[in-house]
Write a protein of this length. Structure first.
Length: 415
């Protein structure tokens, strides 16, 4: 990458990774052919498709659409190769659907981005309350049911975990009786999964709130569902316009899903226009520093933080960024420092002193959002920036290089 100058133009984010992977897993809940549209072309979708095939499904893809054919419960396999589970964290969400349909599940512990410990006890505790029994070891999960069907339960999550809410919601729609999930995650992606389940025949009240009530049904039917746009991908392209002092419109961005982030962008001096199609961001001549803390939705998402941190590296003044969700999520900071950023970290906090310029060098991305953040830095760093670890970027961004080039970036991808 080389300094790009102000980026301008229109791009599309496509479907949300954190929605579509769960919605692919939700297809396991009903026999027949399911249809998902606005599906991003990312490697995590390909991995989830491979996992579903290993479980006994058929998956067909055409551009940004998916058709998933699910067999009768007796033909589903509750076991799949370990490497498919180890490839991404979202693989864990097949646990609830498999228990609901097959009465058992055997899987390796999930992998995914490495930014600190993320235990699975919220998932297993909730499913245990619904009648599942777990026999786990350090590398795998073995779950069975006490009876023929999951039973309703009242579950209060200690923390509003996005993935745990998804898993328990999918299990509860086929459970016997009325289940309640308290302190549920409120993210748009959770609500979108709920809309898909409702289209399949599920009875769910409270979507978008912290209290979900689910009346279990005997069976569900396949449905067509349009995946919501990815708010983190949208934020990345908007940030690219802001950091370069340009004007970038994300045509399918949902401003109502990004209200707190938009407020922070405006605090930094950016102009955000939501009056037209999607969201338009214009960058100022000089970004302004501000303080940011991550919180569960509707607060500033932890996935936004690497993008915000990069913007603040070239903002005037001193900023403090606080990570309240994942303790290990400052691992990209060392790479920003290699580019000339002035950042010190202590515990959950990062102190950022804005600099006039960054300088290109070789850096390495360790997760999806770190790769995006380093790419933003490369857009304004003097000289050439070489980023390795782009396989992480492929997990969450549909043709990132092509889209950023369409906005005027000077970037080339090499093997």
């Amino acid at each position: 990458m080389k300094p790009a100058g102000p980026l301008s133009g229109v791009v599309r984010a496509y479907g949300a990774k954190n929605a579509v992977l769960k919605e692919m897993a939700a297809c396991l809940l009903a026999t027949g052919e399911h249809h998902l549209t606005n599906v991003p072309n990312i490697t995590d979708v390909a991995t989830m498709a491979e996992l579903l095939v290993a479980l006994g499904c058929q998956v067909r893809r055409d551009d940004h659409e998916l058709w998933i054919s699910v067999p009768e419960a007796g033909a589903l396999s509750p076991v799949a190769p370990a490497h498919l589970f180890e490839a991404m964290r979202a693989s864990l969400v097949v646990l609830g659907p498999l228990l609901a349909r097959c009465g058992q599940a055997n899987m390796a512990l999930p992998g995914g981005d490495d930014f600190g410990q993320r235990p699975i006890n919220f998932h297993t505790d909730g499913l245990s309350a619904m009648g599942a029994r777990f026999h786990n070891n350090r590398s795998s999960i073995h779950a069975t049911l006490e009876g023929l069907r999951l039973q309703c339960a009242r579950i209060t999550l200690e923390y509003p975990s996005h993935t745990a809410t998804d898993n328990l919601l999918m299990a509860a729609v086929l459970a016997n009786g009325r289940s309640v999930i308290e302190n549920a995650a409120r993210e748009p992606e959770v609500e979108d999964l709920g809309r898909q389940l409702q289209a399949m025949g599920a009875k769910i009240d409270g979507l978008g709130t912290s209290r979900l009530t689910i009346e279990g049904v005997e069976e569900l039917s396949p449905a067509t569902h349009d995946v919501i746009p990815d708010r983190v991908v949208s934020a990345t392209y908007l940030a690219a316009g802001i950091i370069t002092g340009g004007a970038v419109r994300v045509s399918d961005a949902r401003a109502d899903h990004m209200e707190m982030l938009i407020r922070k962008f405006e605090t930094m001096g950016a102009e955000i226009d939501v009056s037209g199609e999607g969201v338009l961001a214009r960058g100022p001549d000089q970004l302004l520093g501000c303080d940011v803390a991550t919180l569960p939705y509707p607060g500033v998402a932890t996935d936004y933080k690497p993008l915000i941190t990069t913007l603040l590296c070239v903002a005037s003044g001193v900023s403090v960024v606080t990570e309240n969700l994942f303790a290990g999520r400052f691992r990209y900071v060392d790479e920003l420092v290699r580019l000339g950023a002035l950042i010190t970290t202590e515990g959950h906090h990062a102190l950022i002193r804005g600099v006039n310029k960054l300088n290109g060098t070789s850096v390495n991305a360790t997760d999806i959002r770190a790769a995006a953040a380093l790419s933003l830095a490369g857009l304004v760093a003097e000289g050439e920036t070489i980023i390795s670890g782009l396989e992480h970027l492929d997990r969450g961004y549909d043709d990132f290089v092509g889209r950023i080039k369409s906005l005027g970036a000077t970037v080339e991808r090499t093997s």
